[in-house]
Design a protein around this ligand. Structure first.
Ligand code: ZN
Length: 435
């Protein structure tokens, strides 16, 4: 999809109403509960949108002053929120034969080096955001590259699309190849400049972005912590305890730390706005610390399976868990396909993930964990009209399955397991059609 098409899509009426089966959450569903009161399902209702915001939902058709978009028989959800994904890694998605550390060296770092070129960064950001929207993802927490221009390009492309986006220049000043290292002083100047220009502008927010403990010196981690302390509205994103070889490496690099997570704790990086990707190889102490700090773990099931990283303990998590694609370690931007992978990960652990917990983690749960629950993740009056319309079933197999589904969870679970981005009928961001 080209940017010209985006402009065409953005031509929307000021007041419009969307008819369909409305599904969202009013609270977090309990683990394993098939019929929770937290699920709000209004079959064949109208959602009213004015100036990019939801202003109501009702059973009866609105009066003629509202432009009607009739999606009767289709499913309407809040746009998905992907809490951990790498813009520059689209081109290394589905790369063969490695685990995390070799995968970074062989595939990822060369792809990221290309983003030093501003034109490459800008083109990459536009393709990436359009691909997110085509997957039904309207908000994201994104890693660009170490290059300042890669963060600028993402902010600018997100602003052009009206998207809620959290990102920040990647910090890495060691254990990375030439062309992908910064230094503490320059990195600090770049962060401050990007924060001044983009943080809190429209729907954009800045995340202090530590790639992971091995690629930052203690001095750089301290600088990142100081940035967080200076402004509590900043996010922080990083990776933690993804892979066992990585965990061993961190233990050798930071012998003074009690655990991998403790490296971040000591630097002042764990707080309510911290997004920690993976969190597979955590101990009980780490898990309590994440909950105490109010941080969240972005669970990346497709990536964890593809790279053979491990099976995340979701059922035992007392902290917020959101869902993420982690492309290019993950093999799909579709959070629907990640939900099915998450179900399989839990099945291998002897647990059962309901469609409700999975969907909540990709919508309201992620929004609340990011402190953005008033704006995104639901279909309530006052929230942004970030909406996706989905076909309940596409193709003979899914249609036959959908036709015999009786209870709501049975139907939604089968949809979650069988649907993907091809089921997306329409995607709106702040009331404007974007896919
Ligand atoms: Zn990642």
């Amino acid at each position: 999809m080209s940017f010209t098409n985006q402009e065409k899509f953005s031509d929307q009426p000021r007041r419009w109403a969307l008819r369909g089966d409305l599904l969202d959450f009013t609270a977090a569903p309990a683990w394993g509960e098939i019929e929770p009161s937290a699920v709000r399902f209004d079959r064949d209702h109208w959602l009213l949108v004015e100036d990019g915001r939801i202003v109501g939902r009702q059973a009866q058709a609105p009066d003629a002053s509202w432009v009607r978009k009739d999606h009767a028989g289709q499913l309407v959800l809040p746009g998905f929120i992907d809490t951990h994904v790498h813009c520059p890694q689209l081109e290394v998605i589905a790369s063969y034969g490695t685990e995390l550390l070799d995968w970074l060296e062989r595939y990822t770092f060369p792809a990221e080096a290309a983003f030093a070129d501003p034109a490459r960064s800008r083109a990459g950001a536009e393709v990436f955001l359009d691909a997110l929207l085509a997957s039904g993802t309207t908000s994201a927490v994104v890693f660009p590259t170490v290059h300042k221009v890669s963060a600028e390009a993402l902010f600018e492309a997100a602003a052009a699309r009206g998207m809620r986006l959290v990102t920040g220049k990647v910090l890495m000043d060691r254990h990375a190849p030439d062309g992908l290292r910064d230094d503490v002083a320059q990195a600090e100047r770049d962060c401050i400049d990007l924060i001044d220009r983009f943080h809190g502008q429209g729907r954009l927010a800045y995340a202090v972005t530590v790639r992971f403990a091995p690629t930052s010196t203690p001095a750089q981690l301290a600088m990142a912590g100081a940035l967080c302390r200076a402004d509590a509205s900043l996010y922080m994103q990083t990776h933690v305890a993804e892979n066992r070889a990585e965990v061993d490496w961190v233990a050798r690099l930071f012998p003074e730390a009690r655990s991998y997570l403790d490296v971040y704790e000591r630097a002042g990086l764990l707080h309510e706005r911290a997004v920690l990707a993976h969190g597979i190889w955590l101990d009980a102490h780490d898990r309590i610390l994440i909950a105490d700090r109010g941080a969240q773990v972005a669970h990346c099931p497709s990536s964890n399976l593809f790279l053979g990283s491990g099976l995340f303990d979701w059922a035992g998590a007392a902290f917020n868990v959101s869902l993420a694609s982690d492309v290019g370690g993950g093999t799909t931007l579709s959070l629907l396909r990640n939900m099915l992978d998450a179900y399989k990960v839990q099945a291998l652990r002897g647990e059962r993930l309901t469609a409700w917990t999975a969907l909540h983690a990709a919508t309201r749960g992620a929004a609340e964990a990011l402190g953005l629950g008033d704006e995104i993740g639901g279909l309530s009056a006052g929230q942004a009209a970030d909406l996706c319309v989905w076909d309940w079933a596409r193709g003979p197999v899914a249609e036959a399955r959908d036709a015999v589904a009786k209870a709501l969870h049975e139907r939604v679970f089968a949809w979650m397991a069988l649907a993907d981005e091809r089921n997306l009928a329409a995607c709106y961001v702040a009331g404007h059609r974007r896919a």
